[in-house]
Design a protein around this ligand. Structure first.
Ligand code: NAG
Ligand code: NAG
Ligand code: NAG
Ligand code: NAG
Ligand code: NAG
Ligand code: NAG
Ligand code: NAG
Length: 499
């Protein structure tokens, strides 16, 4: 055996543990300014659902009102009990060597009925202590203002279908900038509006569980985009000079891989991306909805007998107000789909439907699948998505704000999670070094096993196990935690990296 192939062989043996498919991982160091972190969200970890003056939110209401819609009738009432155990969480982050912690604020813990005329000081204190302690430990807080837990009173006023929700959000954002701006330099307005709008208002899979596929998705998107833009301008005008922070929005998408080189499948891939990512990203980064979305929804609406498009129209003033309201791009992604043409704008006219508006059929290879339908082991899809964002939205920086692997049992020796994350980080390095994309950070979802929405505690994504039957919610780091800790200190995915 030649010397080169022998060392290649040794390399494979050593790294087959972290890399069961024997994929060759990128052997460059992460760039010097590259930041690593971990993410959580308030409703998924905090618990303390009715403590210290917190108001009810959409998920408190949903889990309590429709227990049958949540696996095993679980709720987030206690979750990881981070409302009490936050110091332990920070210690875990510190031991990990995390540069940043992406967390979210519970709007109704701060403003019990969602409006600024009633501030809950105990809720404010909780976050002040948490943020101050993160800073003291040299962990940069990356704060999401809204991660799906809308104050219930605002939901009753129409939630994301009510354009005034954008104004309530803007006022809450201003208050948060005032209260926490000393500690927070990286603000994220909204988390994954696509998931809220499609699953909350389109197919009923998540709270509030509405099936208004043909109209709800777009009205929800409209209000989210206005809410984001208002909060961005408030920061820009009133806080930026003094606080010197940055503001963005987290957008999510799977990668839509065209099923073939046939023109119709190429268009199907582009259409799927326009409806999943473009609906939110295009107004913010390029101005207005993607043209393909305007045309398809417009044509179908006309065919369905509407007098105007089901897609709300932005005024010229709104378009200008929205465009450019982001300082960097925050990307969440876990999955890839083969995507092929299914129907054109004139076909299958019947009930208004977001799915028929897109008009594609999607599926996954068996070998890609995890135990959940939204996480696939397709690192090349992740790289293509990163390139797509870079090339489509003209941004100068991308931060990965979520990515991770799911299992159903909380396995401490979680080699599959290590395989997934190592291959996705390797694909990220390929994007950086081979495609020249400026990706500056990676945030694993999640620090902790937590309340995975309607799946309750049955989908585990933590690098730290939480024992949900233990009143103490004992935390135990998994193998992936130790592995990630090592990547953070060596800044390298393989035994020896190239300078
Ligand atoms: C990975 O490579 C090692 C060493 O060559 C081999 O023993 C193992 O079977 C391979 N695993 C897979 C999944 O191909
Ligand atoms: C919405 O549709 C889903 C199926 O897609 C169904 O399970 C659910 O019950 C529906 N929800 C409502 C509120 O009608
Ligand atoms: C599409 O064409 C490219 C270049 O010719 C080829 O590499 C690729 O395999 C083709 N893709 C499919 C899905 O046929
Ligand atoms: C239908 O789509 C075409 C582009 O294919 C566009 O020019 C036209 O304005 C659309 N019609 C409506 C009613 O949106
Ligand atoms: C990447 O983005 C960071 C933060 O905006 C910036 O400082 C850096 O110069 C950028 N790097 C490249 C190669 O553009
Ligand atoms: C979880 O905690 C319960 C109650 O303390 C205990 O009986 C059980 O063994 C723990 N499970 C694990 C996996 O540690
Ligand atoms: C709860 O967990 C903490 C931290 O792991 C530990 O110090 C404490 O002893 C535990 N309490 C009980 C009652 O198990």
């Amino acid at each position: 055996m030649a010397r080169e192939s022998f060392s290649a062989f040794l390399f494979l043996v050593i790294f087959s543990i972290a890399n069961c498919d024997n994929v060759t991982l990128n052997n460059h160091f992460f760039p010097a300014n590259f930041k690593f972190g971990a993410a959580t969200a308030a409703y998924q970890i905090e618990g303390g659902w009715d403590e210290d003056g917190k108001g009810l939110n959409l998920w408190d209401w949903y889990t309590h009102t429709y227990p049958d819609r949540i696996t095993n009738e679980f709720t987030g009432d206690v979750a990881c009990d981070s409302y009490h155990k936050w110091k332990e969480d920070i210690q875990l982050l510190k031991d990990l060597g995390a540069n940043h912690y992406r967390l979210s604020l519970s709007w109704s813990r701060i403003l019990p009925d969602g409006t600024i005329n009633n501030v809950n000081q105990k809720g404010v204190n909780y976050y002040k202590n948490l943020l101050e302690t993160l800073r003291a430990n040299n962990i940069e807080p990356m704060v999401t203002l809204y991660h799906w837990d809308l104050p219930l009173s605002l939901h009753e006023l129409g939630g994301w279908l009510n354009p005034l929700t954008a104004d309530y959000f803007a006022e809450y954002a201003r208050l948060s900038f005032q209260l926490f701006g000393n500690y927070v330099k990286t603000w994220i307005t909204l988390n994954e509006p696509q998931t809220t709008c499609v699953q909350g208002y389109g197919n009923g899979e998540k709270a509030p569980g509405y099936n208004h596929s043909g109209e709800g998705v777009y009205q929800c998107a409209y209000t989210h985009i206005l809410a984001h833009a208002k909060a961005y301008h408030i920061y820009d005008k009133e806080f930026r000079t003094q606080q010197q922070g940055r503001v963005s929005i987290v957008l999510d998408s799977a990668w839509a891989e065209p099923a073939s080189n046939k023109t119709e499948d190429q268009i199907a891939g582009a259409t799927a991306m326009a409806f999943s990512m473009g609906l939110y990203a295009n107004p913010i980064y390029n101005g207005n909805w993607p043209q393909i979305v305007i045309d398809r929804v417009g044509n179908r609406s006309a065919n369905e007998g509407f007098s105007r498009s089901r897609l709300p129209e932005f005024t010229q003033e709104q378009l200008e107000f929205i465009k450019g309201t982001s300082d960097f791009f925050c990307l969440n992604s876990y999955a890839t789909d083969h995507t092929e043409y299914q129907n054109g704008p004139d076909d299958n006219i019947g009930d208004p439907s977001y799915v028929l508006d897109i008009g594609v059929r999607q599926w996954k290879d068996e070998s890609w699948k995890s135990v959940v339908n939204w996480v696939d082991l397709v690192p090349w899809g992740f790289r293509k998505l990163i390139n797509y964002v870079w090339n489509t939205y003209g941004v100068n920086e991308i931060v990965i704000t979520e990515n991770g692997w799911a299992d159903v049992e909380s396995i401490l020796e979680d080699d599959d999670r290590i395989t997934y994350i190592s291959q996705f980080l390797s694909a990220l390095l390929d994007a950086v070094y081979e495609d020249n994309v400026n990706v500056t950070g990676y945030t694993v979802w999640s620090l902790l096993d937590n309340f995975e929405w309607t799946n309750g505690y049955t989908q585990k994504l933590g690098i730290v196990q939480v024992n949900f039957t233990d009143p103490n919610r004992t935390r135990t780091p998994k193998s992936s935690y130790t592995w990630y800790q090592n990547v953070l200190s060596t800044r390298c995915l393989v035994e020896k990296c190239e300078e």
